[in-house]
Design a protein around this ligand. Structure first.
Ligand code: B12
Ligand code: SF4
Ligand code: SF4
Length: 409
């Protein structure tokens, strides 16, 4: 069974061409190349969503994968995959789960297959925003106060919105529309716990992912609620509604890497993103070239370390690997069927390609010197240094547990 990738609900060819013209110069500055035969991606075709309706993905292995998020079905397979590891991972997801499960009856898996429903109404009286620059600075400060690590702002660009969202009652297409007058997207970055990430692959490591979904759920709800209290629209969003990566790049938070992630100067790929769609008058950021992507041109560490060899070794292309890949935009693309197949075997998520990336640093002096080199004309020296160090060693889950026992309160 396969859903049409060119959905009747998506933007028309004329609308795509108009957006390509509108963003021509900013796309060129960011190295984004979108062809005029581009069509929006349909959420029904992403690997997670396919795992619920596509028999070629939905096997007894993937069923076991989702089941393992309930303790009675969590397997026990030794270090990193024991009851305590699954217990911590599943607990880390708990707040995010409360949000995503509350719309089950209406087919809205909030934060994943549909935006987070608004508990706060838009205030009937609207504050005057006389100085959008100052408002932008304030919003960025408040996002950090609520707990975001990174914040950037960009204009709405519907090319990156899903043509349809999935109705999770029966996994059929549903409308993915936002309020009409949305103008900007606030993109926030949430750094992941470095010690937990060092234990990938393991169920224990999955706690680093669950923790940030639970954190970001609270942060987007709080910031959206503040904006709505000012009398403006704000839709709180996690993985739903739109592709986060092009938005994070456009908001100036980092550059796209071979490992399919945005590499930020602060945390490399060890960061997750959330977003808020709003009509609050704000000023978009103007990203500056960072030189990170150019380093990826000469490095293949993530691709070599990926167990199922899902990552590309060659040049970016605009060809789609399979129905879960967005085509007609030039980029590095993964074979995500291979990637998700590996997760299904593990019964937990993987992020080896995040762990081994040399930009995934802890901000030590050595890390900072390496990053300066890697993003300069001396990047080949940085490559030699990174290769000399080899693949970073995985932190053994039992050592992680031993270390937290030793840490002072
Ligand atoms: C579905 C999904 C997956 C699928 C794979 C994607 C797929 N094709 O189905 C699976 C389950 C396998 C997966 C794996 C992982 N994911 Co994931 N995933 C998503 C999700 C929810 C939707 C993306 C989607 O619809 N992809 C379908 C099509 C568009 O895929 P694609 O053509 O291959 O495009 C990918 C990239 O090329 C890029 N991209 C898309 N359009 C464009 C356009 C331009 C111009 C550029 C430069 C790039 C770009 O984004 C896509 C990411 O999948 C996003 C959140 C979101 N809403 O964006 C998170 C997201 C991309 N995942 C994320 C992460 C971290 C991971 C993992 C490390 C797992 C983990 N433990 O966290 C691995 C990494 C695997 C890898 N190297 O690819 C993060 C990335 C953060 C970052 N630093 O950039 C995101 C943004 C979630 C988040 N909350 O932050 N993921
Ligand atoms: S490991 Fe190397 S190629 Fe892969 S994302 Fe990191 S820097 Fe880029
Ligand atoms: S998440 Fe794991 S399986 Fe998927 S691309 Fe990264 S290293 Fe490969």
């Amino acid at each position: 069974m396969s859903w049409p990738s060119n959905s009747p609900r998506g933007l028309s060819a004329e609308q795509i061409a108009e957006l390509n013209r509108k963003f021509e110069s900013s796309d060129a500055a960011l190295g984004i190349e979108v062809s005029d035969d581009f069509t929006q991606f349909d959420q029904l075709n992403d690997m997670f969503t396919r795992a619920f309706w596509d028999d070629t993905v939905k096997s007894k292995h993937t069923d076991g994968f989702f089941d393992s998020y309930r303790m009675e079905f969590a397997p026990r397979r030794g270090a990193g995959f024991n009851q305590k590891d699954f217990a911590l991972r599943n607990a880390a997801w708990a707040v995010s789960d409360i949000i995503s499960n509350r719309g089950n009856a209406t087919g809205e898996r909030e934060g994943f297959q549909s935006p987070i429903a608004n508990d706060t109404p838009v205030a009937p009286m609207q504050v005057d925003v006389e100085d959008p620059q100052r408002e932008t600075a304030e919003i960025k400060r408040l996002a950090k106060m609520f707990g975001a690590d990174l914040v950037g702002i960009t204009e709405i660009d519907e090319r990156w919105h899903y043509a349809n969202r999935a109705d999770t009652r029966d996994f059929t297409p549903a409308s993915n529309e936002l309020p009409e007058d949305i103008t900007h997207v606030i993109v926030m970055g949430h750094s992941m716990d470095p010690d937990l990430v060092d234990t990938y692959p393991s169920a224990l490591a999955g706690a680093s992912t669950g923790l940030e979904y639970s954190h970001e759920a609270a942060i987007v709800v709080q910031l959206a609620s503040y904006i709505r209290n000012l009398g403006y629209e704000a839709t709180a969003s996690m993985n739903d509604t739109a592709l986060v990566i092009p938005y994070a790049i456009k908001a100036g938070l980092g550059e796209y890497g071979r490992n399919q992630m945005v590499l930020t100067p602060e945390y490399g790929p060890r960061v997750r993103f959330s977003k808020i769609f709003t009509n609050l008058p704000l000023v978009a950021d103007t990203p500056k070239p960072l030189g990170i992507r150019q380093y990826c041109d000469i490095c293949t560490k993530c691709a070599s370390a990926c167990p199922p060899k899902a990552l590309p070794f060659d040049e970016p292309t605009d060809k789609a690997e399979n129905q879960s890949t967005l085509g007609h935009v030039k980029k590095w693309s993964a074979d995500c069927e291979k990637c998700f197949g590996y997760w299904a075997k593990l019964k937990t998520d993987c992020a080896i390609c995040m762990r081994v990336c040399p930009f995934n640093n802890r901000g030590t002096l050595k890390d900072r010197i390496w990053r300066r080199l890697a993003t300069s004309q001396f990047r080949r020296y940085a490559l030699w240094w990174s290769e000399k160090q080899g693949l970073p060693t995985r932190l053994k889950p039992n050592d992680w547990w031993a270390n937290i026992g030793d840490k002072p309160d």
